[in-house]
Design a protein around this ligand. Structure first.
Ligand code: HEC
Ligand code: HEC
Length: 239
């Protein structure tokens, strides 16, 4: 590599480290934009309009895809949606596919984020999420159930419902393959905005433990009132 290029790369790296953004592992950023967004009042019609951008990948129902490429976001706590969206926007969580669509140039400022995240949180969830392979009653399911009780309930709740106030995501009803990917990234330090206490809690998990516990989570029933009536349901706002 030539010396001038090397020098300029070093300068850039130093600046990134100093600004604390690009390479930081930060679970809770200072969050000016996040906190500002959460103080606003949502507008339903504007939410529908902004969501069109998101629907290209997360689908108009917000259900994502069973193969886990795109997560279900319908029914997620609004606080969690705002945190994740601003983390992605600010570079605390890597998501190269979505990054350009999350930027202010694409969707707008805090008001647009308030509108769209509120809208998403009210969407009915997928009654047919992607599940792991082990049905209730199998030893793998039972093992996962025990792991969940011992390691996850204190944050994600006894039914995986999460905690809106603390920014703990709802994980019930999420696609198995998406969750396995996130869990592995969190355990192995690849998801930079992960909660450090979760990282500690799961660091001894083998890949098998991971699959068993996520299998169990993927099979926790979602309350009926939060689910769409059938898997053929179409979001009526986009008729
Ligand atoms: C080009 C495709 C694409 C578009 C458009 C897109 N997303 Fe995403 N989104 C993704 C992918 C892929 C992931 C999962 C990335 C990963 O595995 O870490 C994701 C993840 C998320 C997450 C994190 C979910 C979680 O459970 O932590 C949120 C929240 C989210 N998207 C919201 C939005 C919103 C709001 C919009 C519209 C403004 C949007 N997305 C537009 C592809 C997209
Ligand atoms: C100390 C609290 C804590 C514990 C214990 C914990 N988690 Fe988490 N978990 C979190 C938080 C907070 C996040 C979101 C981190 C972020 O903001 O990016 C998360 C994220 C996740 C995600 C990704 C969700 C998404 O939508 O992207 C999965 C899956 C998950 N946890 C599963 C588990 C399982 C299974 C266990 C038990 C084996 C567990 N967690 C234990 C706090 C915890």
């Amino acid at each position: 590599m030539n010396k001038r290029l090397m020098a300029s790369m070093l300068t850039i790296t130093a600046a990134m480290l100093a600004s604390g953004s690009a390479f930081s592992n930060e679970w809770m950023s200072k969050g000016g934009e996040r906190d500002e967004t959460l103080k606003l009042k949502p507008n339903h019609e504007d939410g529908i309009e902004v969501f069109e951008v998101c629907a290209a990948c997360h689908l108009t129902e917000g259900w994502g895809t069973k193969d886990g490429t795109f997560p279900q976001i319908a029914g997620q706590h609004q606080t969690v949606l705002v945190k994740q969206l601003t983390d992605i926007r600010e570079g605390h969580r890597d998501n190269p596919t979505m990054y350009p669509f999350a930027k202010p140039e694409s969707i707008g400022g805090p008001q647009a984020m308030e509108d769209v995240t509120y809208y998403i949180s009210t969407l009915k969830m997928n009654p047919d999420n992607g599940k792991g392979e082990w049905a209730e009653g199998t030893p793998e399911y039972e093992h996962g159930k025990q792991l969940f009780k011992d390691n996850c309930v204190k944050c994600h709740g006894d039914k995986g419902q999460g905690n809106a106030k603390k920014f703990y995501p709802r994980i019930q009803g999420q696609h198995y393959k998406y969750m396995v990917r996130q869990f592995e990234w969190i355990r192995d330090g690849k998801r930079r905005n992960a909660n450090p206490d979760m990282v500690k809690q799961i660091k001894e998990f083998s890949n098998e433990d991971m699959k068993h516990v996520i299998n169990y989570v993927s099979r926790i029933p979602v309350p009926k009132e939060d689910l769409a009536p059938s898997k053929d349901y179409v979001n009526p706002d986009y008729d």
